[in-house]
Design a protein around this ligand. Sequence first.
Ligand SMILES: [Zn+2]
Ligand SMILES: [Zn+2]
Length: 260
Amino acid sequence: MASTQPTAPSPKPVSPLEGLHRIENPVSNSYLFRDTDGIYIVDTGFFESAKPIAAALPELTEGGKVPVRGILLTHQHLDHMGGAARLHWLTDAPVSAHRFDVPAIEGIGPLVGPPLITQLFRKPAVKVANVLQDGATVGPFTVLHVPGHTPGSVAFLHKARGLLFTGDSLIVGKRGSLTTAKRSLSYDPEEAALSLRKFAGLTIEAVLPGHGDPVTQDPSGQLAAAVDRLSHPEAKEDKTLFGPDGRPEIHPGMPGWREG
Ligand SMILES: [Zn+2]
Ligand SMILES: [Zn+2]
């Protein structure tokens, strides 16, 4: 006799951005991503930007029942890490960043970037609990080291969901297409261009950039085209690092750095 058991409902397709919340700070994006084990915060905006992120947490954590698993920083710039100290204090979630940007984030090394940004804005330091290297995993994410914009710039790849958080290694410009950050905002634009080759061949569902709208229409195709178009570095420029006193400095661990 034929089975009369009802057929199981086919699983609902997951929208590429299911569980993902984007918070637009004045200039940059922060993302709150809910995975099966809890919430991950990718970038925090400026110091003041922690407020809207914090305001979104009670609903997303269902009043604290869903844990915040991590605060993931794509790089040391203040429009991405400025709110990390506040959010860490609030959630106790561990902060993750690449080792080359850790000294700046912890307030013991010079920030890399345009003097105006690095000197005018508040720099609330935060302890980095997870010091990342290329290929490391943080929760569901794989770390892709894509140096150039800053020495410790990383992208976070959620392989199972096909989500690529690019920070400022690849942003969406005013024309709506993927591009690199302005040369003047990057520590080593040539290296930043070369680093894009790390993204070659990725099959993804969405690019989540540090600036501009998420890319969900043909994301793999747009990513491949951007890598083709942009990963050919122009002439090398001089690099200058500015210390807390505004004078150029060398970053710990970087070429030219000497202990003591
Ligand atoms: Zn940046
Ligand atoms: Zn930025």
